[in-house]
Design a binder for this molecule. Sequence first.
Ligand SMILES: Nc1ncnc2c1ncn2[C@@H]1O[C@H](COP(=O)(O)OP(=O)(O)OP(=O)(O)O)[C@@H](O)[C@H]1O
Ligand SMILES: [Mg+2]
Length: 271
Amino acid sequence: MLAVGIDVGSLSAEAVVIEDGKMAAYSILPTGADSRQAAKKAFTRALERAGRSPDEVTFTVATGYGRVSVPFADLQVTEITCHARGAFHLNPDTRTVIDIGGQDSKVIRLDGGGTVIDFVMNDKCAAGTGRFLEVMARALETEVEALSDLAAGASKAASISSLCTVFAESEVVSLIGQGVLRKEIARGLLESVAERTAVLVSRVGLEPEVIMTGGVAKNAGVVRALSARLGVPIRVPQEPQIVGALGAALIAWTRAVKKSPQKTRGASPQR
Ligand SMILES: Nc1ncnc2c1ncn2[C@@H]1O[C@H](COP(=O)(O)OP(=O)(O)OP(=O)(O)O)[C@@H](O)[C@H]1O
Ligand SMILES: [Mg+2]
């Protein structure tokens, strides 16, 4: 029996396939302009990688900003629930989940049973998100994937005082014009994301273990800066970008088991 979780985010779409209670395959694709198309592609790609076909899927759960763009899903579940479920599955000691994606930053607090007890999200502003880092990478004439390495070479961080992405971009351009080193600007930008995230964390209260999910968790410089500010280690899963889709897939698996309990192998999901 198969269950699939799909997370359609503002920048990336992921799908996770669970077979007999275990993750069999996943896919990560850019969402692009057509989120329906991206959802379908992520679904098909993950199933291809699992060597299975869509008609074998018993239950599909969609999550993420674009979850309404998955007409073939059996259920839509919020990102908060899915990230919490995925993170707790990967590590049952998780009490705080920090998810930073393209347009949202969220901090979720869990109890010892994995239930969400509180959460906060950023306001509508892009500052402190992946999109902020992408805009700034462009201003620095580099790729978002290269920001962390660039910043790692800096002995100090340039101060970025603007809170707004648009103003911060002009500030970066002006700092470059003043001859401030690009690596110091990069370090300042990572610090600025860490600072904004630490404020969000303080609003729900910090409790270890802390796990970071979403694409920005792939930015080691942000993770390091945030860990230093919070004063605790931050665990990053092997593939942080699929944690929401994994949570959706686990919820789908539970539903699939209820739907057809007799033909189920691996009824409880395995780590
Ligand atoms: N290899 C990488 N190195 C550094 N940063 C990365 C890498 N891959 C992705 N990112 C960051 O992750 C961001 C996208 O994160 P993610 O895919 O979680 O977003 P999303 O789920 O589509 O967005 P949202 O949840 O806000 O709707 C990018 O903007 C970029 O900053
Ligand atoms: Mg996301």
